[in-house]
Structure formats: structure tokens, C-alpha cells
Design a protein around this ligand. Structure first.
Ligand code: ATP
Ligand code: MG
Length: 564
């Protein structure tokens, strides 16, 4: 392709709207343009990269025996009502009405649609297991669409769904998809880590996420320094210490007047204690009545964990009125001592606090030197909080957490019968009995993967594409288009390299060499062949974008030198 013809409007300056490097570089490199918040056009270079990703994904899924389908984007409400997700999905679902006032949504994911297809098309155990996938545009009205392709409202996803007659069969396919994903990200040239994950709105049982490692990643990844446990922040368990808890040998409880002192920062500064000595007492409303949850002042509560430990389904922070009713005090003065008529659950770390402080359930008053077991007790203790750096690994209980950052590009789930039960998706077994299908589902954020690749591979000059993703593998750049010999050599190289099977960007523009090289580096082409002064000695220069390494060689051996 000739650079003079490519619609790749490069920009010198960082666009003000872009916060993260992949977004900046995709705009500057002429890869994408914004149409609306979270909605983008892929320009020729961007579309080429997107297609490289899709091709590798398609090849590997086909190799794994999955079958490609294409479901509609426009989905009728009735299907979503069968599983209750028409309500649960809330505002993230783009909802529309047709001319007859019938309700539809734009698909954010396709569990309902595929389950409907399979319940009508696959009848016998003899046709199972089956894995169907599609590569398609998804729609989610995200609260904060941002970071360019990273969190769009319209984005490309690969979603696969498998159907089984047994858990063993699901396990086998899940494992196969796990391996397939490893191959895909390996072929894309991306460094990944697989983490245990929370199942979110898709739900079901076990799930794992594939994270592209990048310092700029949105997600924190917790991995053990000793074993191979790795988990996302949402799902990382925290190992409990075996210690018997606080001794209770210290001085007794004391009441302290703390007028208008409410937050963790205010209370710890006022009482001259560390936030880790404070017992934060959060009052929730649940379907089983009010609930008090205790975590250390320096820890953050994880409501998904709290739900599990407390055994509740529905949880929301209580309003000021309920807090007053439950504690007898205004907001900011709740504490576990003397709290009556409310269930109390505590994080494991709370039990260990030697001389704690908390609200006294009385306006403008706190208690100090309080000790678990001696002064108050919880109905249950457990893991209620988000993990932090150096927390104990819950699996081996030997290692400590190290934290790195990443971008979630893939998510695999064992769904079980979550959808098939509700949608009555059954097959006939070998005894002609109806049985409910067991399901798995497997997603890859295709457009997000493009952005993640840039987050992992860039420098101050621009993108450094891994070879399998680059829109072009080689750029041929004549230094001075006024020199006829340089142009003739460049044209010949362009044709020869193309004929040898390389994808080549020929920078035929009449600009200065510096300008051309800046653009080619910004765009991130892995190899540049520069035809300049050395041509007098019959040599051209090959320069690697990643290492900066250069070699001088005869034009005829460029293809061999670049290799693949
Ligand atoms: P997130 O936690 O980032 O919102 P999710 O858990 O909602 O992701 P899934 O429903 O598992 O995502 O979707 C499968 C994949 O689609 C994700 O792993 C991610 O790579 C991609 N994805 C999800 N939401 C978006 C989005 N708004 N823009 C681009 N890609 C997305
Ligand atoms: Mg989401």
C-alpha cells in the first residue's frame, strides 16, 4: 500500500480527550476516530489490526472444533424476560421499541439467544457436546465509556457457548477453551496472566479472566509469591491468620467525646491511632433485615464476599434513618459494642485488633481499647474485604500477594444450568429422558485486545506492534524522493517484498525523511527499510522498531534478513 493513498490522518499532538496511551496513539496514528462517546470508526489501519486479531481467534476456535454462527444484534425482550435479565441488566442494556411498540434490545451478550437456538435445534445426546461461537458487535450502555476501544458502548466481541450432557464434558471443553485462549494470546504476541474471577452479570459458577499485563491496566491482579494462585481484585480471597485473636489483656474500654468526628481519617487523627486500629461499622439493609459488617479502617469491604458470608442475596447500604433506628446514633458513630437487634458479621482481620476503636452508638462519641471476644462478638467472621498488597494467599497460606496490573481481554465461565434451567433447554438422553443442558461460555474482547496490545507495546515515539498484529510488517522509506535511484530502488523493494509475501507500506510521500520516519514509528511498523545515502555503496538500512537495531544490507537480501 502506498502511504500517499492510505487514509491515516496522523496527528502531531496528543488529543485532549484521550487519557490512556492506547487511545492517544490510536487517534494520533490515524487508526480510529470517535463518532460518539464510546463509539468509534475503524480507519483502514485500525480495521487491518482488528482483522488480524479476528483471524487468529477464528483459526484457533475452528481448530478447537467450535462452529461459527452469526446471531442478530437486535434481540426480542421476550427471550430476556425468560431469564429475568430484562430487569437485572438495568441501564446497561440498550432498549428500543419497534413501530408496533414491541420491545427489543441491542445484544450485550447472547446467552439467551444461543440457548433458544440450541433448545430448538439440538434434541439428542448424540449431537452433544457442541460449541458455537460468533464474532460480532456488542452494545452496552456503560456508565463511563472511556479509554477509547477499552470500554466502548459499541465493541467487537467473540462469544462462544458450549452445551453438554455432563459436568465432565463441560470441564473438558472449558479446559480446551482455556488452552485455546492461551494459544490465541500467544500467537498475538501478548503477555497474559489468567486469574480467578467473579462471574458478574453473566453469572453461573467458576470463571477465569485472561489479563494482558500492562502497568496502565485498569485491573489489579493479585498473585501469590509462593504458589500459582492468581485472582482479580474482585475475587481474590484473603488467607486468615491462625492466631487465636486479640488477647484482651490490655486496658479496658473507654468512652471518648468526639464531637463531629466521623470519617476514618478524622477519627484516627483525633484519637491519634492508626486507621488499622479502627473498626469500621457499616450498616446494610438486606432481605433478612439490617446487618452490621465490620472491617478494619484501612480495609475496603467487598460486598460480594459479604453476601456470601452473611448468606444474603440483596444488600444495600442503609440510609441515615435506618442507621439511627439500628444504632440509636447519627451516621458516623456506629460500632459493634452493645449493638442489639441486628446481625453482626466481621472480617477476619477485625478479630486480631488488640486495642480497637469504633463509634459508641451515641452521637459525638467513640469507644477506645475495645477487643473482640471481650467487649463484642460477631455472629460470623470470614473474608469480607478486598485483598491488598502483602495479604496472605488463601490457597497455600505460605505466600503473600504481589500486585500487578492488567487489562481483561477474555473471560471463560462454567455456567452450569443457570440459563438452560430457566429457559427449559433440554435434550433427550440415551433412555429417552429429558435432561437439562449444561453450559459454558467464553468471551474475548476483540476490539479491547487491540487497545491492550498497545498498552503493553509502545514507547515515547508511538506503537510497537507485535509482528502478528501490525497493519503492515515492513515500511519502505526512500530518504529523498528527489534522488531518482533511491525512488527506483524503493519501488522495486516494495514490489519484491510484496511478492515475497510481506505486507508492505511504501512511504512514497515527498516529505522530509524525519517526518516520514516519525509517522512510521508512530504507526508502529515493526521494520523500516530506509533507502538513503548508503545506496551509493549498494546498501539499504533495515531498522527494527522494537530494538532500534539497524543493519546495512543489499536490497536483494532484505527479505531474507527480515525473515519471519
Ligand atoms: P468489564 O468487567 O471490563 O466490564 P465484563 O465482565 O463486563 O468486563 P464480559 O461480559 O465477560 O465483560 O465480556 C467479555 C469480554 O468483552 C471482556 O473480557 C472484555 O474483554 C470485553 N468487554 C466487556 N465490556 C467491554 C466494553 N465496554 N468495551 C470493550 N470491550 C469490552
Ligand atoms: Mg462490564
Amino acid at each position: 500500500m502506498r502511504m500517499s493513498q492510505v487514509v491515516a490522518p496522523t496527528l502531531r499532538e496528543d488529543p485532549a480527550e484521550a487519557e490512556v496511551v492506547s487511545h492517544k496513539l490510536m487517534l494520533r496514528g490515524g487508526y480510529i476516530r470517535k463518532v460518539a462517546a464510546g463509539v468509534y470508526t475503524f480507519l483502514p489501519l485500525g480495521f487491518k489490526v482488528l482483522n488480524k486479531v479476528t483471524n487468529i481467534i477464528r483459526e484457533e476456535l475452528n481448530r478447537a472444533g467450535a462452529q461459527e454462527v452469526l446471531m442478530p444484534t437486535l434481540l426480542p425482550a421476550e427471550l430476556w424476560q425468560e431469564t429475568g435479565r430484562w430487569q437485572i441488566y438495568g441501564k446497561e442494556l440498550f432498549r428500543i421499541k419497534d413501530r408496533h411498540d414491541r420491545e427489543f434490545c441491542l445484544g450485550p451478550t447472547h446467552e439467551e439467544c444461543i440457548t433458544d437456538l440450541v433448545r430448538n435445534s439440538v434434541k439428542s445426546y448424540k449431537q452433544l457436546p457442541v460449541n458455537l461461537y460468533q464474532i460480532q458487535t456488542k452494545f452496552r450502555d456503560e456508565i463511563r465509556p472511556r479509554f477509547g476501544l477499552m470500554r466502548g458502548r459499541e465493541f467487537v466481541m467473540k462469544d462462544a457457548y458450549s452445551f453438554h450432557t455432563s459436568e465432565e464434558s463441560l470441564d473438558q471443553e472449558y479446559r480446551k477453551m482455556y488452552d485455546t485462549y492461551c494459544r490465541i494470546f500467544d500467537r498475538l504476541g501478548l503477555k497474559c496472566r489468567v486469574v480467578e474471577a467473579d462471574s458478574g452479570l453473566i453469572g453461573g459458577g467458576y470463571s477465569q479472566e485472561f489479563m494482558v499485563l500492562a502497568e496502565t491496566g485498569e485491573e489489579e491482579i493479585f498473585h501469590c509469591s509462593h504458589c500459582d494462585y492468581s485472582a482479580s481484585r474482585d475475587s481474590a480471597g484473603v488467607g486468615a491468620y491462625k492466631s487465636p485473636g486479640a488477647s484482651g489483656q490490655g486496658p479496658g474500654m473507654e468512652e471518648v467525646s468526639t464531637p463531629n468526628v466521623r470519617t476514618v481519617e478524622e477519627v484516627s487523627a483525633f484519637l491519634k491511632i492508626k486507621p488499622s486500629q479502627l473498626i469500621k461499622t457499616l450498616i446494610y439493609e438486606t432481605e433478612q433485615g439490617p446487618l452490621a459488617a465490620l472491617v478494619r479502617g484501612d480495609h475496603a469491604i467487598n460486598e460480594a464476599k459479604l453476601k456470601k458470608v452473611a448468606g444474603v442475596d440483596d444488600l444495600r447500604l442503609a440510609n441515615a434513618e435506618t442507621i439511627r433506628k439500628v444504632t440509636g446514633a447519627p451516621v458516623g458513630f456506629a460500632g459493634p459494642v452493645g449493638l442489639k437487634g441486628v446481625r453482626i458479621v466481621a472480617d477476619n482481620a477485625v478479630e486480631l485488633i488488640e486495642a480497637g476503636a469504633s463509634g459508641a452508638n451515641k452521637a459525638d462519641t467513640h469507644l477506645t481499647h475495645i477487643v473482640y471476644g471481650r467487649d463484642y462478638k460477631a455472629e460470623a467472621t470470614g473474608d469480607l474485604r478486598y485483598a491488598v498488597h502483602a495479604d496472605k494467599c488463601p490457597r497455600c497460606a505460605e505466600g503473600k500477594f504481589e500486585v500487578s496490573r492488567g487489562i481483561e481481554v477474555g473471560h471463560i465461565f462454567k455456567l452450569g444450568t443457570k440459563y438452560s434451567d430457566k429457559m427449559r433447554a433440554v435434550y433427550l438422553d440415551d433412555k429417552n429422558q429429558e435432561k437439562v443442558l449444561i453450559m459454558g461460555c467464553y468471551g474475548i474482547g476483540v476490539s479491547r485486545t487491540v487497545a491492550a496490545a498497545i498498552e503493553q507495546n509502545h514507547d515515547k515515539d508511538g506503537i510497537i506492534w507485535p509482528l502478528p498484529l501490525a497493519p503492515f510488517e515492513v515500511a519502505v522509506v526512500p530518504a529523498n524522493t528527489a534522488e531518482k535511484e533511491q525512488v527506483t530502488t524503493a519501488e522495486k523493494l516494495y514490489h519484491d517484498l510484496t511478492a515475497a509475501g510481506f505486507s508492505v507500506l511504501y512511504d512514497d510521500r515527498e516529505d522530509r525523511l524525519g517526518v516520514k520516519l516519525k509517522d512510521v514509528d508512530l504507526i508502529g511498523i515493526p521494520y523500516k527499510v530506509i533507502i538513503g545515502k548508503a545506496l551509493k555503496e549498494g546498501k539499504v538500512e533495515i531498522k527494527s522498531r522494537r530494538t532500534g537495531e539497524t543493519v546495512l544490507t543489499e536490497p536483494a537480501s532484505v527479505a531474507a534478513k527480515i525473515g519471519r
